[in-house]
Write a protein that binds this ligand. Structure first.
Ligand code: AP5
Ligand code: MG
Length: 212
């Protein structure tokens, strides 16, 4: 089961990918999470990635493709994986197909919520600095304010969730990632899910597609 979550910033890729990974027992691989972990650890990759992420731009393909190809070659990914935030350019999609002969069994897109809706989702998002779990103060609140249900870690706003950076991320999405919708449509592997619905309803729709 090889799944790509394709959707705009705030579409709910991470939220749904975590649930898919838990239900189907496959690893959740998020390039955004990998970069954020590297930033936290102060690695060379983290330093390079941060410069692009803070501006809402994409990290260059040459820093991204090898990382993912390497990750999906690990034994825990042998029976499948859910990719969240990769590919997001045509060269990234080509790297994936060329190297691993990837069959995409499900792709999530989202009827793009209006800008205000996305800013509202991002503004209310809280991410755990310990385990990376994400919440929303209104739509998916933790049991105790600013404390992670899973590991007890502190919940914080993401650096790139300021409204002006969100606007930039959205325009980058339209220019560089949206063309992948056609790319995967042509390959006949695209399944669209309406990401504006309640979180649990979106997940039920995904399970209908992937099988119970
Ligand atoms: P990344 O971390 O991938 O961010 P993104 O694509 O901008 O998407 P988000 O994580 O913001 O949104 P999401 O769709 O995961 O939404 P979520 O589920 O959290 O990338 C960050 C940066 O890293 C990029 O800008 C780039 O610089 C770099 N990068 C990463 N991958 C790269 C690549 N392949 N190539 C180059 N650069 C790369 O939901 C959002 C909020 O809404 C949450 O609070 C959630 O609780 C809530 N929510 C979710 N679903 C619903 C719902 N149905 N109803 C109500 N609320 C909901
Ligand atoms: Mg995400």
């Amino acid at each position: 089961m090889k799944i790509i979550m394709l959707g705009a910033p705030g579409a709910g890729k991470g939220t749904q990918a975590k649930q898919i990974a838990a239900k189907y027992e496959i690893p959740h691989i998020s390039t955004g999470d990998i970069f954020r972990a590297n930033i936290k650890e102060g690695t060379e990759l983290g330093k390079k990635a941060k410069a692009f992420m803070d501006k809402g731009e994409l990290v260059p393909d040459e820093l991204t493709c090898d990382l993912v190809v390497d990750r999906i070659s690990k034994p825990d990914a042998a029976k499948g994986y859910v990719l969240d935030g990769f590919p997001r350019t045509i060269p990234q999609a080509e790297a994936l197909t060329g190297i691993r002969d990837l069959i995409v069994t499900g792709v999530q897109t989202c009827a793009l919520p209006i800008y205000e809706n996305i800013v509202h989702r991002m503004g209310g998002r809280r991410a755990c600095i310990g385990c990376g779990a994400t919440y929303h103060v209104e739509f998916n609140a933790p049991k105790v304010e600013d404390v992670c249900d899973t590991c007890g870690g502190e919940l914080v706003l993401r650096d790139d969730d300021k409204p002006e950076t969100v606007q930039k991320r959205l325009s980058v999405y339209h220019a560089q990632t949206q063309p992948l919708i056609d790319y995967y449509k042509k390959a006949n592997v695209l399944v669209e899910v309406d990401g504006t619905q309640d979180i649990n309803v979106v997940f039920q729709d995904i399970v209908k597609i992937l099988g119970a």
